[in-house]
Design a protein around this ligand. Sequence first.
Ligand code: SF4
Length: 295
Amino acid sequence: MKIEIDGNSGFCFGVRNAVEIAEESLLRGEKVYSLGPIVHNDMEVKRLLSLGLISINNDEFRNLKNSKVLIRAHGEPPETYQIANENNLTIIEATCPIVKKLQSKIRRAMNETHKCAGQIVIYGKPGHAEVIGLMGQTRGEGIVISGPADLGKIDMKKPVCLFSQTTMSVKAYEEIVGLIREKMRAGGIKEPEKSLIVHKTICGQVSNREPDLQKFAREHEVIIFVSGKESSNGKMLFNVCKKINPQTYFVSTPGEIDRMWFEGINTVGICGATSTPKWLIENIRDAISKISEQK
Ligand code: SF4
């Protein structure tokens, strides 16, 4: 059985950067807390825990004093930095530069939308850490939409400044844009193109993977998609593969592999999310190789 790993899979630049920053601090022997799991991958979180990185939740963060806290790639709202200041916490900044840029774009857009009584709309997963960080830039005035069912939250008669969470599907974002324009037109807005300002803020590290993964999924009989269950882009990229190749399976650990998936199969492709470590993808490959040898 031929087993191939997708060359583009593994950590994106932002996650790799955050993990390296954490490792550098830990290697200096520092005690470091991570506000939330550093990456949406339990296996990698466990590895970093074994090096000493302690994940804490928001309540624990509020009660923490005089310590070092790492801000992960998803970023945080301004309130987090205020608490850190009050509690004498040293922030280790590992927010992805692309997310940082998006946060400041939203802050600037807030001032503009105030002038024209418009609305900031963020297309993303409600409650996702990145979305909480982005909403924080709007001082809670932004509107989060996660799909067509949420469009009723927007006042279609007022100008809209639209942003996307960095890990959403490009196609789904385009569909949302089309639907908002339609609803604006139906509401009497003659030139929705002027009333709706669309910011293309899906990260290239995710959007560029979509066409590559489609090709990869087509080229193999079975696809093993490796990701943490909490990963937003993991779910999205898994669906990209599944649509092309119905024999696509989602696994988070080697223990979840089912040998039945490979009965009568000659080619297997392994790929993953932007939060899937390369070492885990390689472990999955080794587990499949063993199954192949026993066939
Ligand atoms: S997906 Fe893009 S924006 Fe998100 S952490 Fe990775 S590089 Fe940064």
